[in-house]
Design a protein around this ligand. Structure first.
Ligand code: NAP
Length: 280
């Protein structure tokens, strides 16, 4: 049997790097892509991992990485669209340029990489595309409205795309992780947030929201990036047509509430958390 090949974006750290290691452990050929290939020296030491440059905001780098994959392996069985970052802060405090960047990386970049690999998968009449979203792709929370918007967009895009590609033998998967602190996600989100200009009118809301977020953080499941990589791998090789994979336990209650409680009950529950002075 041919060795299967996977291309993964955002492998310089976090889920991307852990996923590259896991697929290599399970016998796959891995194209581990990242903005700066020097960050992938550890991965590059493995025989079955090819580290190459791919910046999802740079169309030429996408084309070059996909051409290299085709030349080297002659096939592509899976694409893991993992690259992304989280913009946090109050919407009104966030400059438009930052919002554009958020969508360029999390949504348009993901679409561009997907478009680049589709001719290979169409020709094979097989392949799996795994898009890493988030709990923030399922439910909205304040202070991450732009991140949420980008991940909701990926969810809608992926669901729609899954119908288009099914008859061509290409499967689409959504992997939805909750909070995992061992990646560089929080560090980048904090750097981004620190750049915003503060608007004082939001101060009372921020103080209340801080308590809700502290409670959410206290509820973290302790999931690791390796746990998320396992879910990405399972979603990739699963033969069923299941689209969505919640990757960590911490968000399961909220995902279930969002999907099963009904709109009125769910929104009531959430509003009370962010407006604690509302009568119950
Ligand atoms: P991470 O350690 O910060 O990894 C993010 C990766 O994306 C890095 O390799 C980063 O590369 C890459 N990236 C950023 N901009 C890029 C671009 N323009 N082109 C190519 N790569 C780019 O964070 P992570 O937690 O592993 O995040 C991976 C994915 O999981 C993201 O899509 C994130 O939204 C999602 N997620 C994370 C969490 C969490 O709590 N950790 C929860 C839910 C969802 P550089 O090193 O070059 O910046």
């Amino acid at each position: 049997m041919m060795t299967p090949t996977v291309l993964i974006t955002g492998c310089s750290s976090g889920f991307g790097a852990a996923t590259a290691r896991l697929f290599a452990d399970r016998g796959w050929s891995v194209v581990a892509t990242m903005r700066d290939p020097a960050s992938g020296d550890d991965l590059a030491r493995r025989d079955t991992i090819l580290v190459t440059r791919l910046d999802v905001q740079d169309a030429e780098s996408i084309a070059t990485a996909v051409a290299l994959t085709r030349d080297r392996f002659g096939r592509l069985d899976a694409l893991i669209n993992n690259a992304g970052f989280g913009l946090s802060g109050v919407f009104e405090e966030t400059p438009r340029t930052k919002i554009v960047e958020q969508f360029e990386v999390n949504l348009f970049g993901l679409m561009d990489v997907t478009r680049a690999v589709l001719p290979i998968m169409r020709q094979q009449r097989s392949g799996t595309i795994v898009n890493v979203t988030s709990g923030a792709g399922v439910f909205g929370l304040p202070l991450i409205s732009l991140y949420t918007a980008s991940k909701f967009a990926v969810e809608g895009f992926s669901e729609s795309l899954s119908y288009e590609l099914e008859t061509l033998g290409i499967r689409v998967r959504l992997v939805e992780p909750g909070g995992v602190t061992s990646t560089r996600f929080g560090e980048r989100a904090n750097t981004e947030a620190a750049q915003a200009e503060r608007i004082e009118d939001y101060a009372p809301f921020l103080a209340g929201a801080a308590q809700v977020f502290d409670a959410i953080r206290a509820n973290r499941s302790g999931a690791t990036m390796e746990d998320v990589a396992e879910v990405i791998f399972a979603a990739t090789i699963d033969p069923s047509d299941r689209l969505r994979w919640v990757a960590t336990d911490d968000i399961k209650p909220l995902v279930t509430a969002r999907r099963e409680a009904g709109e009125v009950r769910y929104m009531d529950m959430m509003r009370k958390q962010f407006r604690p002075n509302l009568s119950s």
